[in-house]
Design a protein around this ligand. Structure first.
Ligand code: SF4
Length: 333
């Protein structure tokens, strides 16, 4: 793995076990992430974004199995590259990495915090699990973290329970817990979805500021392409467990190639001159079920460029358009 690389995922395949049948959820997914880089994984619900992130932290539900592939992660423990897929999901190494070197922010902060412990207690728990510090010191660090993420009166807030926080404050507190051990990788899984637009914007700015201050890499997972431009360097578009396009933010927004990416961009509401106002164009059809046996490109039932006997036979090969812009579509073969 190159020296500047923090994470490299190679040909990852994850299956769901249903009544002794295996259904592929993640199919041949490969991507990498450099130290301090921010990437976004974008796609509709059910395309495999969250499963990919759960696999990195070995938090997959029991019925999901990693079939093949590698998740190479540069570990600070002994400064070597670990294949996370080979680690025991209940073993010491992954317990040490998770929370310490990989921080996670989840979509719904209310269900991520225990309602019966104070916010401070739950941040201190992570700190004391990974750092040899006294209870008092951990409490002081928690207060500092709450202050860093913009919680008003952190000295009082540290002793409050999650239900006493608003949605935005809970999300800030979860960010404080996720960065409490100064991780090299932060996985933010739909961190703004449950929030209203004003708080959403504040959380995005906060993540940007923290990324600059602490220099951590971020994997930002979202179904909303609109929030990606502000925060990420590179974007990966996923559909039905496969990456279908990857490129810089500029490539994806100004020169999208895959019909699915184009459809996602047309579905973003735009503000502006009333005379230029246009109808939102929804993506026709629905995301197919994982149990539908679709051959070839899984987007073909919804694609206006569908080529019979081609698109529905084999999945297209990767076409490298530039050094960092690639697409998987027969239109570019
Ligand atoms: Fe459409 Fe075919 Fe390209 Fe799939 S491969 S996006 S069906 S043109």
């Amino acid at each position: 793995m190159p020296k500047d690389m923090l994470l490299e995922i190679k040909d990852l395949e994850i299956s769901l076990l249903v009544e002794s049948h295996m259904v592929n959820i993640i199919d041949n997914v490969s991507f990498d992430l450099k130290f301090g880089e921010v990437i976004a994984i974008v796609g509709e619900s059910g395309c495999g974004k969250t499963v990919t992130s759960q696999a990195i932290a070995r938090l997959l539900p029991r019925e999901l199995k990693i079939l093949s592939g590698k998740i190479l992660f540069y570990s600070k423990i002994d400064e070597r590259v670990l294949d996370v897929c080979k680690l025991d999901p209940k073993g010491k190494t992954i317990h040490y990495i998770r929370g310490d070197q990989i921080g996670m922010i989840f979509q719904e902060p209310m269900s991520s915090f225990s309602p019966v412990y104070t916010i401070g207690n739950q941040i201190c728990e992570v700190i004391r699990l990974h750092q040899k510090v006294s209870k008092k010191k951990a409490r002081n660090i928690s207060i500092e973290l709450l202050d860093t993420v913009g919680i008003p009166n952190p000295v009082a807030a540290v002793d409050q329970y999650p239900h006493e926080f608003s949605g935005g404050m809970r999300q800030r507190a979860m960010i404080a817990r996720a960065i409490s051990c100064n991780p090299s990788l932060l996985i933010a899984d739909e961190p703004t979805t449950a929030l209203d637009v004003t708080i959403q914007a504040q959380i995005l700015v906060l993540l940007q500021e923290l990324q600059k201050e602490f220099g951590m890499a971020i994997i930002f997972i979202t179904h909303d392409l609109g929030v990606v431009a502000q925060i990420s360097h590179r974007v990966f578009i996923m559909y039905m467990g496969k990456i279908v396009e990857e490129g810089s933010v500029h490539d994806i927004f100004h020169n999208p190639k895959h019909p699915y990416t184009e459809n996602l961009i047309h579905a973003i509401p735009k503000l502006g001159n009333l005379r230029e106002r246009r109808r939102l164009v929804p993506i026709r059809g629905n995301v197919p079920s994982i149990f539908d046996e679709l051959h070839g490109c899984a987007f073909h039932p919804r694609c206006k460029f569908f080529m019979p006997d081609k698109c529905d036979v084999h999945f297209p090969k990767c076409k490298h358009l530039t050094s960092n812009h690639s697409v998987w579509c027969y239109l570019y073969e």
